[in-house]
Design a protein around this ligand. Sequence first.
Ligand code: NAP
Length: 307
Amino acid sequence: MKAVFIERHGGPEELKYGVLPDPAAKRGEVVVDIHAASVNGADWKVRSGESYPQTKFPYVLGRDFSGVVSAVGEGVEDLAVGDEVFAVCDVGQEGAYAEKIAIKASIVARKPASISHVDAAALALAGLTALVSIEDTLKLRAGETILIQGGAGGVASIAIQLAKHIGARVITTASAANHAYLRGIGADQIIDYNVQDFTETVSGCDAVFHTVGGDVTQRSFAVLKPGGRAAFIASGAQAPKPARGEVQSLRPQVGRDRPHLDRIVELVGKGALRVPEITRFPLSEAAAAHKVSQARHFRGKLVLQVR
Ligand SMILES: NC(=O)c1ccc[n+]([C@@H]2O[C@H](COP(=O)([O-])OP(=O)(O)OC[C@H]3O[C@@H](n4cnc5c(N)ncnc54)[C@H](OP(=O)(O)O)[C@@H]3O)[C@@H](O)[C@H]2O)c1
């Protein structure tokens, strides 16, 4: 199969497009012929070695994808060859920048024909992360106000829509070029963080969802009302310790399972969730996608078209 892999950690130029052996389905697994794979914020950190440094090469990156089942391992009864599916790789597994992947069948979900492979790939990990953060971790409720940091990113684009669907008021931060996009997906108030300090205009929030990291992390606590809660996905594996005592700091535990992916399909089906804006690249141009991802100022999702 064709795949994009690294033979050592380094810059985008270390992403090689070449041929690797096809995977086989072990017991409980399916092989999926991948049509589209998404590029996530974590991928360039894995490529560079900043996160999850690898010792075995060639190493294929990529955490989520959409495609068609092409082989079924022993013991798999609920999926068949020809099924259209999408999935997020198991924690600790990667390999979606490729024409084929073997994956545990129980974490693969059916993709309805109404959602394209490119859209399903864009929704998988970003959607799962947004659902776990907004619904399961922050437990956002109707009538609450949430500040979503970094609104134009893939996870945040979905989180904004989920929060609006729940009935919350959404404040978000983004560069001016992304404000029209964010109004289009439902944000009530948008702050250009380049010219305005959000802590000077926002206060009394029930919740914060923080997808940016860096020095903005600690400042996010300042906008919470007493008893408010903040969830962090870009500030390390542990929730940061707040400078104030009467607020909660949470680190969403984003596991892998089929029900969350089914819920994404359900929300898209009833019109509550639209696919974030997508920029496509051919698989062979994964390095170009990584340059855009690492620069951190694109909108929505980057997707590799594999077939
Ligand atoms: N399981 C998990 O824990 C999990 C899963 C998925 C993602 N993540 C992490 O979550 C983070 C978000 O990932 P992502 O793929 O959604 O997006 P991303 O690629 O990391 O972020 C891109 C967006 O960030 C915005 N941005 C950059 N600096 C900003 C700032 N100071 N304030 C506000 N916005 C800023 C940019 O918008 P502007 O152009 O408007 O600045 C751009 O749209 C990443 O760090 C990723 O590793 C974690």
